[in-house]
Design a protein around this ligand. Structure first.
Ligand SMILES: Nc1ncnc2c1ncn2[C@@H]1O[C@H](COP(=O)(O)OP(=O)(O)O)[C@@H](O)[C@H]1O
Ligand SMILES: O=C(O)C1=C[C@@H](OP(=O)(O)O)[C@@H](O)[C@H](O)C1
Ligand SMILES: [Mg+2]
Length: 191
C-alpha cells in the first residue's frame, strides 16, 4: 500500500494503513534513545495501548531492574525479559518500548520480528550520554564512564538494531519531532 504523493501527510490514526494497526509497534535502540518516552506519546497519537517491557519485568519480578542485575545477573534478566516480551506480544496490538538489550538477544529479536513492526530509535552518543545522565537507574551505566560504555554498545549493537524494519533519528528535540518522524514513516510503510 503506498501513499498518494499529492495528498497531505496523514497525521490522524485513522489514516494509517490498517496493516500497521493490526500488529504491535516495537521500539528498539540504545539507552537514552527515547523508547520509553516516545513510545508512550506514540501510543497516545495512534490510539493504541502502551507497555514498557522494563516496567513489566519489574512488576513481574517484584523488584527493580538494578536489583535483578545485582542479585541474579544479566543472563537471568535477559531470560525474564524474553518471557515478558513474548507474553506482551501474544496479546492485543500495542506500542511496546523494550529495554536497550532486548533486541540483541537472538530469541527475543526473533519474537519481535515475527509479527510486529519494529522501529529503531537512533541518536548520536553525545545525546545519549546527556539523556542517560538525567537518571541513574541503569545498571550497565552505574559508576561507569557512560560515553565509553555507550560507544562500545553502539559498535556491537547498531548492526543488530539495523535489522529493525524502520530507523528513525531521535536526536532532535523536542519529542514531538521524533513522534512526527515516526508517524511519517508509518504512513509510508508498505506492509
Ligand atoms: N526526542 C527527544 N528529544 C528530547 N529528549 C528526549 C527525546 N527522547 C527522549 N528524550 C529524553 O531522554 C531521556 C531518556 O529517554 P527514555 O525514554 O527513558 O529512553 P530509553 O527508554 O530509550 O532509555 C528522557 O529524559 C526523555 O525525556
Ligand atoms: O541496554 C540495556 O542493556 C538495558 C537498557 C535498559 O532500558 P532502556 O534502554 O530503556 O534504558 C534496561 O532494560 C536495562 O538497564 C538494560
Ligand atoms: Mg526505557
Amino acid at each position: 500500500m503506498s501513499r498518494n504523493p499529492k495528498s497531505p501527510a496523514p497525521a490522524a490514526p485513522a489514516t494509517l494503513p490498517a496493516s500497521i494497526r493490526e500488529r504491535s509497534i516495537v521500539l528498539v535502540g540504545l539507552m537514552g534513545s527515547g523508547k520509553s518516552t516516545i513510545g508512550r506519546r506514540l501510543a497516545q497519537r495512534l490510539g493504541m495501548a502502551f507497555a514498557d517491557a522494563d516496567d513489566e519485568i519489574e512488576r513481574a519480578a517484584g523488584m527493580t531492574i538494578s536489583d535483578i542485575f545485582a542479585k541474579f545477573g544479566e543472563a537471568h534478566f535477559r531470560d525474564g525479559e524474553r518471557r515478558v516480551i513474548a507474553r506482551l506480544l501474544a496479546g492485543k496490538p500495542h506500542v511496546l518500548a523494550t529495554g536497550g538489550g532486548a533486541f540483541i538477544n537472538e530469541e527475543t529479536r526473533a519474537l519481535i520480528l515475527k509479527d510486529s513492526l519494529c522501529i529503531w530509535l537512533d541518536a548520536d552518543i553525545a545525546t545519549l550520554v546527556e539523556r542517560t545522565a538525567r537518571r541513574s537507574h541503569r545498571p550497565l551505566l552505574k559508576g561507569r564512564d557512560a560515553d565509553a560504555v555507550l560507544r562500545e554498545l553502539a559498535e556491537v549493537r547498531n548492526p543488530i538494531y539495523a535489522k529493525a524494519h524502520i530507523r528513525v533519528s531521535s536526536a532532535s528535540s523536542p519529542h514531538e519531532h521524533t513522534v512526527r518522524a515516526i508517524m511519517e514513516e508509518l504512513s509510508q510503510w508498505n506492509a
